[in-house]
Design a protein around this ligand. Structure first.
Ligand SMILES: C[S@@+](CC[C@H](N)C(=O)[O-])C[C@H]1O[C@@H](n2cnc3c(N)ncnc32)[C@H](O)[C@@H]1O
Length: 294
């Protein structure tokens, strides 16, 4: 616990001002490790986020904290980094967030099921899945498609990855505030959620069992085990990255698609992107590519 003297010095009002040189060091560290660029306008946000954590650790200046993060023992650095990443990343998300993208996935899944060989599975990857609303939405949509085509045994699985461990913990629990779940179509809500109390719902086990959550930093995609995915869904994460890095990540994601597989990004998230194995999918209000060559 920090001493009383330290706590006094660290009242919220006294968040220390960060020198520009220090800010640039933090910006570079964050970008190198997460891909995220932190604009000058977010300096106050960085100061506040770091200060809260420094106060918990009784560290009084940004420089000491920086040194600890880059030079401490591997285990303590990793733990500390994971707490910070969780504070500095934007985790905002919702069920069926972007209607156009889900409409495209629905059309793709209809075609996939209609042409699937017996027992062929549909493999889906939600990249930057945050607290789970995105992979669970994909799961509901796909389950519904199997039902509509009267296929009793649905063969599909969703891998959902994110850099933030606390966020993944929330996603695995699948407990959401009622105000978030109340936007979901009542029929789906009835089928895929159970009400825990007047404030919360939990995702039904049948849907949770379809999703496998794992930690993955997209900066390490070269080492990721995913292969031959039929759908890769990656939205509202690349917006924080530089243009060249977005293209590099999208190229790596494309390599993880099966031939015929679909890569769905957020509209406008990547511009001027061309890949010899991908063709743009012309579908209203969406940005998506299909892998046309092996
Ligand atoms: C704004 S949320 C988007 C959630 C969801 N895809 C959506 O569209 O609603 C961005 C997510 O990307 C994750 N993220 C940020 N940098 C990442 C990285 N380098 N690797 C993996 N995930 C990352 C954050 O932790 C956060 O959960």
């Amino acid at each position: 616990m920090p001493s009383a003297a330290v706590t006094d010095r660290w009242s919220i009002k006294n968040t220390p001002v960060m020198e520009q040189e220090q800010f640039e060091l933090w910006q570079a560290l964050l970008e190198e490790r997460t891909g995220m660029t932190l604009s000058q306008e977010r300096k106050t946000f960085l100061e506040t986020s770091l200060s809260i954590r420094m106060r918990e650790l009784a560290i009084t200046d940004y420089e000491t904290f920086y040194e600890q993060l880059v030079a401490g023992s591997t285990e303590s650095k990793a733990m500390e980094w994971s707490v910070l990443v969780d504070r500095l990343t934007v985790q905002e998300t919702s069920f069926f967030r972007h209607a156009g993208s889900y409409a495209l996935v629905e059309e793709y899944v209809q075609g996939f099921i209609a042409n699937a060989k017996s027992g062929e599975s549909l493999d889906v990857w939600s990249v930057g899945c945050s607290t789970g609303e995105e992979p669970y939405s994909l799961g509901m949509l796909i389950s519904e498609q199997y039902k509509q085509q009267n296929i009793a045994k649905a063969y599909f699985g969703i891998t959902a990855t994110d850099i933030s461990l606390p966020t993944l913990g929330k996603a695995r629990r699948g407990v959401y505030a009622a105000r978030k779940v109340e936007h979901v179509d009542p029929r789906l809500r009835e089928e895929y959620f159970q009400r825990l109390n007047d404030r919360e719902y939990q995702v039904a086990d049948s849907l949770r069992d379809r999703v496998c959550f794992a930690r993955l930093n997209v900066m390490d995609l070269a080492r990721a085990p995913m292969q031959d995915m039929d759908i890769i869904f990656c939205q509202n994460m690349l917006i924080y990255f530089r243009r060249w890095r977005k293209k590099q990540i999208v190229t790596r994601l494309a390599e993880r698609l099966s031939v015929g597989g679909l890569l769905v990004l957020g509209p406008g998230e990547v511009t001027d992107f061309h890949h010899p194995d991908l063709e743009r999918v012309p579908f209203a209000d969406s940005l998506a590519f299909r892998r046309c060559k092996g």
